[in-house]
Write a protein that binds this ligand. Structure first.
Ligand code: BGC
Length: 347
């Protein structure tokens, strides 16, 4: 009997110390902004899952202000975070905070966007960014039947923020599919703006994309059609859609996107956006929470790519989640049935 109670006591103590382990531990989560829908969701998901696992969470949003993010991450480290998870506004601008993390032996996980030019980055978790681009490029290729149709077709391009390492992957993935058709003259770009730095959208802002799109549309004031507009994500696609509504009389083009933001899903339903790429932020958050747990328990951390993401200093061990093609035919299953949005949110 005595032995039984001793074993029971041991089991109870082990259980208590396991939850105490997570309970005493603090995780810092730094998100770039509340302006774009996805970062609110990412932040909320991370907080919920980390708290459920028993961690204390220091979640901060940085209003797209690099200095603010730098201060927030520095404070997280000074206030005792044992791991910090960062979705950077600008990948290369957090150097001094990352140096501090390294000095204090705090592991850093780059969330969705790679942290550049630093050897203090322990892990990277994201969606397969190059694949997002190939899904968009392949959609345009197939929708215009570029291998068989005579063309030429008019294409315009809107890419992402040059300060975000992902933006180049999205662009490159799409251009690797479309470039052969540009070279063969089957696709033409009337604005003449093709290179990344000409089509980029600093800060990914809808208004910035809209302003550039309005200028591009001057090339179509003769009534000619735009057949497809490659947009790297939903916030930029929204800008292009707004500009088209205000100042374009031709046939509505094929428009790509990424994120399945609510406004864009509504536009897909209304026929104003052709597709998006669904990156389920619940999947990414769950993966990162798992990595945090593995780091703090001293276990092997789950990665599936150790070659692609070099940040200029080191190749960062990464976990790439799968992006999923979304359009008007599968959005209900992907987004409503899975509980990501309610049907009401998309009305
Ligand atoms: C993310 C995209 C997002 C964009 C703008 C990128 O780093 O991967 O999902 O659309 O930032 O916030």
């Amino acid at each position: 009997m005595k032995k039984f109670f001793a074993i029971l006591l041991c089991i109870m103590m082990a259980c208590m110390s396991m939850s105490a382990l997570a309970e005493g531990q603090k995780v810092g989560v730094s998100m770039p902004t509340k302006d774009l829908q996805r970062w609110n969701q990412d932040g909320e998901n991370m907080q919920k899952l980390l708290e459920e696992a028993g961690y204390e969470v220091d979640l901060q949003f940085a209003s797209n202000d690099v200095q603010q993010q730098l201060n927030q991450v520095t404070n997280m480290i000074n206030n005792g975070a044992q791991v910090v998870v960062i979705a950077a506004i600008e990948g290369s601008s957090l150097g001094s905070a990352l140096d501090l993390a390294k000095e204090k032996g705090i592991p850093v996980i780059a969330y969705d966007r790679l942290l550049m030019e630093s050897d203090a980055v322990s892990y990277y978790a994201t969606f397969d960014n190059y694949k997002v681009g190939t899904v968009q490029g392949t959609y345009i290729k197939e929708a215009l039947d570029l291998d068989n149709a005579a063309g030429p077709f008019a294409l315009e391009i809107t890419a992402g923020d040059p300060g975000d390492n992902n933006a180049l992957y999205f662009y490159q993935g799409a251009m690797d599919v479309l470039q052969p058709y540009l070279d063969a003259g089957k696709l033409t770009v009337k604005s003449g703006q093709i290179e990344f730095d000409k089509v980029a959208t600093p800060t990914w802002k809808t208004e910035v994309a809209q302003n550039r799109a309005t200028t591009v549309l001057a090339n179509y004031s003769d009534g000619s059609n735009i057949d497809a507009w490659l947009c790297s994500n939903d916030s930029t696609a929204l800008g292009v859609e707004n500009a088209l509504e205000d100042g374009y009389d031709g046939e509505w083009p094929i428009i790509t996107g990424q994120d399945c933001d609510i406004s864009n899903v509504k536009n897909m339903i209304a026929g104003k956006q052709s597709m998006s790429v669904f990156k389920d932020t619940r999947t990414l958050a769950a993966q990162v929470v798992k990595m945090v747990g593995q780091i703090l328990a001293g276990e092997t951390v789950d990665v599936n790519d150790t070659e692609t993401y070099n940040n200029g200093k080191i190749t960062v061990p990464s976990f790439l989640c799968e992006p999923v093609f979304a359009d008007v035919n599968n959005y209900a299953e992907l987004l409503i049935e899975s509980g990501y949005y309610t049907a009401d949110q998309l009305q």
